[in-house]
Design a binder for this molecule. Structure first.
Ligand code: HEC
Length: 336
């Protein structure tokens, strides 16, 4: 019904605000207006409960292109079917993560973001906000959530990122720019609590960026502020992105150990500061006009070892041995 009644023309096939009409929508005053991303109910202006959603579908949103559907549906209860469908499109809340856990794996890590491998890794949902500290500020950020899956093996660390973006954009360089995303680290593991300034570092302390850009791929950069970026020569990072139904999925990979002073090495069990930045180039985001987070922590979990296969049988054997001794002691006492 969602398609028959043409909700998808604005809201997109999977509800991610990427329908074919989305770039043309204007409110009553002629300002561009984005259709709601129906997979993120917590952002609904009219509320996320079933009654509130049904009211919106029935009455529309006054002053916006969101039409009233009470007359358009065949039976009034169809409004409830649509409501249930929307509720099924995404979770009730974004369930944000406080720490990014990097799981240890033994096997090779696939480059393909769509590989089944990634579905088994628990996502860490990171909330982003508009950058409003330096000009140009971003009061209406397009990207507010990135799901991060991270793994490492004995050689590499890999980040699988998914985020919603209504259009895959390379940009014309004037009003639109390439879509992009980056992970930020301190160039060297900080000792104590000192970390570079979260907004891409400053003149005294720089940051390391692992960045993907539409049309350009993955690169490693060093930054001393949001407009002072420089490519790090001899980068060893790689990656692959796919875009489908208003969502990017990206894998970025790098060696665990790094050379030079501009690139961090990753070690198990260490709490490593990490921050995130994202750009929706189709909405004119570029340079300081971005979504971002403050510092989070990343932790590579304990490396997988064979100990977990060895210890339980060893404990069992020991238990038997002790039992045997007790029985023998009891017997010899009985004989005396
Ligand atoms: C012509 C384009 C268009 C069509 C068709 C359309 N919508 Fe919308 N819809 C919008 C826009 C634009 C908004 C955002 C309004 C705003 O800014 O609050 C919206 C908002 C919504 C919201 C969220 C309201 C809130 O509380 O924030 C829901 C739910 C919704 N639409 C459901 C639907 C359903 C279900 C259909 C099909 C029956 C549909 N829409 C068809 C454009 C459309």
């Amino acid at each position: 019904m969602f398609e028959a009644i043409e909700c998808h023309k604005c809201h997109g096939t999977e509800g991610r605000a990427d329908g074919p009409s989305h770039p043309e929508l204007k409110d009553e005053w002629g300002n561009p207006v984005a259709p709601a991303n129906l997979t993120k109910r917590w952002n609904f202006r009219g509320g996320r409960s079933r009654t509130e959603i049904a009211t919106r579908i029935a009455n529309g949103v006054l002053g916006t292109p969101m039409p009233a559907f009470l007359e358009a549906v065949e039976k009034p209860e169809d409004i409830w079917h649509l409501t249930n469908y929307i509720v099924s499109l995404g979770p009730d809340s974004p369930q944000p993560a406080t720490l990014v856990t990097v799981s240890s794996v033994k096997d090779a890590i696939p480059d393909d973001p769509a590989a089944d491998f990634w579905k088994k890794i628990t996502p860490n949902n990171i909330l982003l906000e508009g950058q409003v500290i330096v000009d140009p500020r971003n009061f209406n950020p397009a990207i507010d959530l990135v799901s991060v899956r991270a793994v490492y093996n004995d050689k590499e660390i890999a980040f699988h990122l998914t985020w919603d973006d209504p259009s895959e954009t390379k940009g014309d360089g004037k009003t639109t720019f390439p879509d992009a995303i980056s992970l930020q680290f301190a160039p060297q593991q900080p000792t104590g609590t000192e970390r570079p300034y979260f907004l891409m570092g400053d003149a005294t302390a720089g940051v390391y960026l692992l960045r993907w850009e539409q049309g350009k791929g993955v690169s490693e950069l060093s930054a001393h502020g949001p407009t002072k970026l420089a490519a790090i020569p001899g980068g060893e990072a790689s990656g692959k992105a796919v875009f489908k139904n208003g969502q990017y999925a990206l894998v970025m990979k790098r060696s665990l150990a790094a050379t030079g002073t501009e690139r961090p090495s990753f070690r198990p069990r260490v709490f490593t500061p990490v921050a995130f930045q994202a750009w929706e180039g189709g909405a004119g985001e570029s340079g300081p006009k971005m979504s971002l987070t403050s510092w989070y922590y990343l932790r590579l979990e304990e490396p997988q070892s064979n100990r977990r296969f060895f210890i339980p049988p060893a404990v069992a054997l020991l238990t038997f041995a002790v039992l045997g001794l007790i029985v023998r002691a009891a017997r010899s006492r009985a004989v005396q």
